[in-house]
Design a protein around this ligand. Sequence first.
Ligand code: BTN
Length: 266
Amino acid sequence: MDQKKFEIALNDLNLGHLLYLESTTSTNEIATKWVGEGVSNYSLIAANEQTHGRGRVGRKWITNPGTSLAFSLIIHPKIGPDYISRYTGLGALAVSDAIINMGIEGVKIKFPNDVLIHNQKVCGILTEAIWHGNDLKAIILGIGINLTKDSLPGDSVLNFPATYLEAHTSTPVDRLNLLHEVLVCTLQREKTIDTTNFISAWNNRLAFLGQKVSITLLNTLKNSNKKEPEIIEGIHKGINQDGEMQIELVDGKIICYPANEIQILR
Ligand code: BTN
């Protein structure tokens, strides 16, 4: 891939500013700077390598050269901040759409936005909201998809079993075609983001729905002086209209958690 091929391949999508880099720290980091500079809607940065890729919950995300599709899309939301949590699901729905369109089976979303193939993580998404005071300036959708075996980090770094796309298809994956497809699906899904159908689509694709799950309550670390976060178990009851995960505890009580407060362990 190079800048010219990148621009030609995405030309039909009417995106904003486009940048392809051989190596960078983190595409989300560049996207954040761009938002500060007032970049146009649907501007996009992709990189072959990230030296300081960012993951959820302050984790690192490793992007070795030539192994992955790593990019950040800047979205100026057309709807109010009430729907902000839905942007978390947008990327996961779009990536899973694109993978399903390749004919791959067993594609699910681990709430909030990891994409799994047969219960192994193939894609991580870091959604960051940029605020100026009370104004939601932009959403950055940072997406990393594992394509080849060398995209996988070592076992010591993994906190959930991982896989890569080429393990599930007999043809090599063309990164530009895949990027184009994910973007088409993102723009398509975004049109319905304020509808109940959007939440239904997210629910229909959830992994572990109706099953017993263990979840880490990330806020328990911030709100106390505990060293380990609290873990609870319950039945995964899907997502409500506020984009929160509903868990049924053993006593039948249902608790709702926003995406940024939990992590499903399984
Ligand atoms: C996670 O599963 O923890 C989220 C990983 C998100 C990784 C992507 S790769 C492109 C973009 N740039 C980053 O620094 N992170 C995201």
